[in-house]
Structure formats: C-alpha cells, structure tokens
Design a protein around this ligand. Structure first.
Ligand SMILES: Nc1ncnc2c1ncn2[C@@H]1O[C@H](COP(=O)(O)OP(=O)(O)O)[C@@H](O)[C@H]1O
Ligand SMILES: [Mg+2]
Length: 637
C-alpha cells in the first residue's frame, strides 16, 4: 500500500518505467519511501555490522546436543537481552534420505565388521551412529517421522561494541550450557543480518538434519505458561489465555513488587490477591495510606485500624516482641536500638553528625535500662519505655548536644504528635485480615507512621510463625527518606525467615528505581508486576528488567488491569480479572462511590454525519468518551 501523498510524486512500477523512458533525470531525483527510512550507511566489518549508532552481530549454530528435552531453547528466548532469533525448517523428501541412509548404514556396518575381523575394539562412536541411523531408517520407512533440515541463527544488537562483545560471550555460554555450539558468522555479517530479518531468506544455509520429534522440541514458546497446581489466580495469560496460578511461597522469597502509574490497577490486583490468599489460609496485613481497603476489610470481617490524631489506637515504637530468637543470633534489643530506633529517631530529629548519633545511642540504652531492660533476652518482657522517657534522659544528660536533640524531639513527645508516638500500644494483630490506615496524617508524618507500624508488625510476626502477606501500598512514602528506605529494605531481606511475603506497591517508579535500595528491593523480589507505565519511567524500567522494545510499548499503551508478570525466570503478559462480586469489594472508582445509581451522562454526538446515528447505538457508559471512541462514532457510515 502506498501513502497517498507520496503516490503523487512516486510513480508506480509501470509508470516508473514510462517515466524513466521519458525523463530519466526526473526519476532519479524523486524521493522514495526507501530513501526516507533507510539508514545513511551500513558499515560491514569482519565481525559486526554498524547501522546508524547500533552494532549487530549474527551467530549461527554449528553443533547441537545429542539429547534434548521439550522446550530446550527456552533459555534463549528468556535471555536478558533482545535477540533476533530466526529458525529455518526445510522439509526433505524421505525417499532421498532413505537411499542415503541405506548407503551410510552399509558403510558403518562394514567398518564395524572389519574391526571385528581384525580383532580390534569397535569404535563406540560408530556404533552409536549406526544405532541412530537404524532407528531413523525404521521410523522414516514406517512414515512415523519426516525428515527436515534445521537452521538456527541469532542476531545481537547493542549500542556499543564493548556491550556487543559482552553479550556475545553471555549468549555463547548460555548456549554452551545447553551443549549448543554457536559461532559468529565471521565475514558474513551482512548475510547473517539479512537472514535474521523477518523476510524468510536464509543466506547462510548452515543446517542440521532433524526428524519431526527433535524439531518439535525446538519450539520455544512454551515458557509463557505460569500455571501451577497450587496457589491463587493472578490473572489470565494474554499469550494463550491460560490462567496464571501461582503460589508465591514456593519461590526463593515471597516478596512481590507492583509498579505502575496511578490508576493502572495496582491496588486492584493486590486486593484480589489478598482476598484469594485469605481464602487459602494466609494472613493478610495491609498498610493503607489512602484509606481504600476499608470496604474490603469490613466485608471479610477484618480489623480496620485507623492511626492518627483523632483515633485511639496507638503503637509504642519502643515495644519489644519478647519472642524467643530461635536459632538466630540476633539480639532484639540490639536491633531495636542500633537499627530501628536509630533510624526512626534520625528521621524525627534529623541528626547531622556521628556525635549526635552516639549521644542518641547512649540515651536509648539508658532509657531501656531505667525500665530494667538490658541485652539479656529475659528482661525483654518488662514494660517498655515511652518516647518521653527518652526525652527525659536526654534532658538529664546536661550536655548541650543532648539538650539540643531533646529540643528537636519535644514536638513528638508533647503536643499533638505526642498523641501518636508517645503512648502505650493498644493495637493487637489477632485478626487474620488487618488494615492499618492513617489518612489524616500529613505526608511528612506518613513515612514515620508506616515505619512505626511496620516495625510493630515485625515484632508481632516473630511471636508466632504463620504464613502471612504484608502489603505496603504507596511505598514511595518510605523511599523518600534514606533511613526509612533502609528499614524497608532490611525488612524485605529478613521476611523470608519468618514466612512472610512483603508486597510493595508504588506509583512513583522513577523515584523508587533511582535509589539503589529501591532497585535492590525490586530486583530481589521473586514476583514483579509491571502495570501501565508513564513514558518518564519506562527507560529506567527497561534497563532493570531488560525489557524488549515490544514489551516497552506494551507497557506504555496497555489498558487498566493489564501488565507484565515476572516470576523467577518466566514472564508473561497478564490481564487481571475479577468476578462481579470481587469487583464490588475491590474497586474504588470515585465515580462509583459518589453516585452509585447515577444515570450515564448524555453523550454529545459530534455534528458530522448528515444522517443522525440511531439512538440505540449511543454507547451507554459512565465515563467521558476518549478520542478513540469519538473517532469510532465519527467514522460510522
Ligand atoms: N483488572 C481490572 N478490572 C477491572 N477494573 C479495574 C482493574 N484494575 C483496575 N480497575 C479499575 O481501576 C480503578 C483504579 O485501580 P487501582 O488499582 O485503584 O489503581 P492504582 O494503580 O492507582 O492503585 C479500580 O478501582 C477499578 O475500578
Ligand atoms: Mg492504589
């Protein structure tokens, strides 16, 4: 199909001939589509090709293993770099092959016989080849197998020569692990490149014989199956419409991250997972900054704990679990003082020097000591101190630095903030579905609140081991501060030991991924879900997840509730689906909440068509029309 505008200037084939006859100069001066899209030059080197700024290298497969199992090429398809893979399959007439085989078999039998006659040991290689040939002959003669030649080529692309070399090595060793011998198509790079274009032209012709069974195992696209026998349903596999059923606790850790822009369906997906996991006996704890899990908590009979100025639930950050440490050597008070409280207080009073940190450390030890709590685990059951005890200790230090810290701490002890952080804990985690919310806290206080809640949950979890999921929605509140980010990271690291799966949800992908800690949390999670992304964050994600161009554009243009699901080595495109009943529980669309029975708004019809569109065809929907929808209406006859 030609573009109409160019049609005027580019004559088609026959006219071109005519034009050439009439005026060759005119034809050579015309711009064709090829001229517009072609690169200005292609540099062909011994071992690579350079087109524009991109380097390419083609490899061919020279040797195959003797035994393969189904889907043995999956590592190639799941390789962490984009590859162009071409497979060529040439059917061969069985009759010719049978004749060749007959001759070959006779040759090998003669070799073996003469070895036996001369009293020599039979070459095992020949014996194996003979057995193979006989088996193949039988299958071909019966018509059970057909005969093919198979060629496999792959082209690697990269922005730099160094990376190209590196990736080439990685590809070779990945293939080497499968006992496949790959070689660069040296001096044939251009032909190699053309071979891996989707034009179905094999310019290299390096093939190997295969029968139908072996050929079938080369089919590489069975990897996108993520159906397990146990677990919960996450969604529908967009490649083949199978169900994605998965048990996150079967992986090396049960952590999950969900990344996507606002409104892409992150909370929806996580709520469904929570609901379905609950049914299989997993406890669910949710940290909910936006107060959107209330309906869900109420309908499953869970606890909804509001945390803030106007509520009467409190958590004392000084509380210890008093749990036996089991075989682990970590001392709870040591972690509390040296890690958790140190970080919490750093956020509160913003310490600036190591001296200040040291003063705080001493004050913390003294505060606990005054309550009879020391590093001896037996004492951990004593009544814990409060924030005001620390404040008093600091004031009592009679050291200007301690006084100064005390001054900065004052607002969390007295006044309205004291309401929240300076109280005995009144929360308990008895219910198997508990949601913590703190909607009326301002942004700055939220990270503190999440911090304190997560630490509290941590204490509770260690008291009795159970299969649990902790969901931290809008986790970027924690990542904004180095100290709370470190806390989340250490939590993620230790979760597995306590049979806990941490789910981290964030919409601020760019910020989350720009810190090393954020990246570590993401890459160390066994399950990663990428929902619809904004153009600003896609490049960073592509870097971390090795996304192909196709996956990048999928993530930019995908619908609400669709995304990529990564679990271990496999990843699939997924569509999250809910039953109507589930939808009622988990959807938080403001329009539905405000006026549930509101009639759909009248859709203005564009005044373009002369014959008015029949009224019945007006789409009945409660949302404003998108440009696409308008176009559909406009283009109706
Ligand atoms: N898989 C889905 N199927 C149907 N509706 C969905 C789906 N995912 C999201 N939605 C709708 O989009 C709304 C916003 O999704 P939500 O998960 O709250 O977005 P966010 O990514 O900001 O957390 C939901 O309340 C729901 O109405
Ligand atoms: Mg959300």
């Amino acid at each position: 199909m030609k573009i109409p505008l160019l049609n005027k200037i580019i004559p088609d084939k026959q006219n071109e001939q005519g034009a050439q006859d009439n005026n060759p100069k005119l034809t050579t001066g015309l711009v064709s589509v090829q001229d517009v899209i072609a690169p200005s030059a292609i540099e062909v080197d011994f071992n690579h090709l350079k087109i524009g700024g991109t380097y390419f290298r083609t490899m061919f497969i020279a040797g195959y293993p003797r035994f393969v199992s189904a889907n043995w090429l999956a590592p190639l398809i799941n390789f962490n770099h984009s590859l162009e893979v071409s497979m060529f399959i040439y059917p061969v007439e069985s009759k010719e092959i049978l004749n060749d085989l007959k001759r070959k078999i006779a040759e090998m039998e003669a070799t073996i016989e003469s070895d036996i006659k001369r009293g020599k040991v039979i070459d095992p290689g020949v014996q194996v080849a003979l057995d193979d040939a006989l088996a193949l002959q039988e299958q071909l003669a019966k018509g059970a197998e057909k005969f093919f030649q198979f060629g496999l080529y792959l082209t690697i692309s990269s922005d730099s020569l160094e990376e190209l070399d590196q990736v080439t090595k990685e590809v070779s060793s990945t293939l080497g692990a499968l006992l496949i011998i790959s070689k660069p198509a040296t001096l044939q790079m251009e032909d190699g490149f053309k071979t891996t274009l989707p034009t179905c032209l094999d310019k290299l012709m390096i093939t190997r014989n295969m029968d139908t069974t072996s050929l079938a195992t080369t089919f590489p696209f069975t990897s996108s199956e993520l159906t397990a026998n146990e677990g919960v349903m996450y969604g529908i596999n967009e490649h083949n419409d199978s169900l994605i059923i998965f048990d996150r606790f079967t992986l090396e850790n049960a952590n999950e991250v969900v990344l996507g822009k606002s409104g892409s369906g992150k909370s929806f997906l996580v709520k469904l997972e929570a609901l379905r996991s609950l049914m299989f006996g997993t406890d669910v704890i949710i940290i909910d900054p936006e107060e959107e899990y209330r309906a869900l908590a109420e309908s499953v009979g869970g606890d909804y704990v509001s945390f803030g100025f106007s509520s009467n639930t409190y958590i004392n950050p000084f509380e210890l679990s008093g749990a036996k440490e089991g075989e682990s050597t970590e001392n709870e008070l040591q972690i509390k003082i040296g890690f958790t409280l140190a970080r919490l207080l750093k956020i509160m009073v913003e310490t600036k020097s190591a001296e200040e940190d040291a003063v705080l450390h001493n004050a913390l030890e003294m505060t606990y000591k005054q309550k009879g709590i020391t590093y001896d685990p037996e004492t951990h059951k004593n009544e814990p101190p409060l924030l005001e005890d620390l404040y008093k200790v600091l004031v009592g230090f009679e050291n200007p630095m301690a006084q100064n810290i005390a001054l900065r701490l004052e607002k969390f002890v007295k006044g309205s903030f004291g309401q929240i952080f300076n109280r005995k804990s009144t929360v308990n985690l008895k219910n198997s579905f508990t949601v913590f919310s703190f909607r009326d806290l301002e942004d700055q206080m939220r990270s503190l609140a999440i911090f304190v809640i997560v630490d509290y949950i941590w204490n509770q979890i260690r008291r009795n081991l159970k299969r649990r999921i902790l969901i931290v929605d809008e986790a970027w509140y924690l990542m904004k501060n180095q100290n709370s980010a470190e806390f989340l990271w250490s939590f993620a690291k230790r979760a597995r030991k306590y049979y806990l799966g941490l789910t981290t949800i964030t919409q601020d992908v760019e910020d989350f991924m720009s810190t090393d800690l954020g990246k570590t949390i993401v890459t160390n999670s066994s399950i990663q879900m990428l929902m619809k992304q904004s153009p600003a964050s896609i490049d960073r994600l592509a870097e971390v997840f090795y996304l192909s161009e196709g996956e990048k554009s999928f993530l930019l243009s995908t619908n609400v509730g669709e995304g990529l699901f990564f679990a271990g080595n496999s990843h699939v495109a997924m569509r999250v689906v809910s039953s109507p009943d589930e939808y009622k529980l988990v959807s938080t669309r403001p329009s539905e909440a405000v006026k549930p029975q509101a009639p759909p708004p009248v859709v203005p019809l564009p005044p373009v068509s002369e014959t008015p569109t029949p009224q019945t065809e007006t789409p009945q929907r409660s949302e404003p029309l998108s440009v696409d929808d308008l176009l559909k209406i406009v283009s109706k006859p």
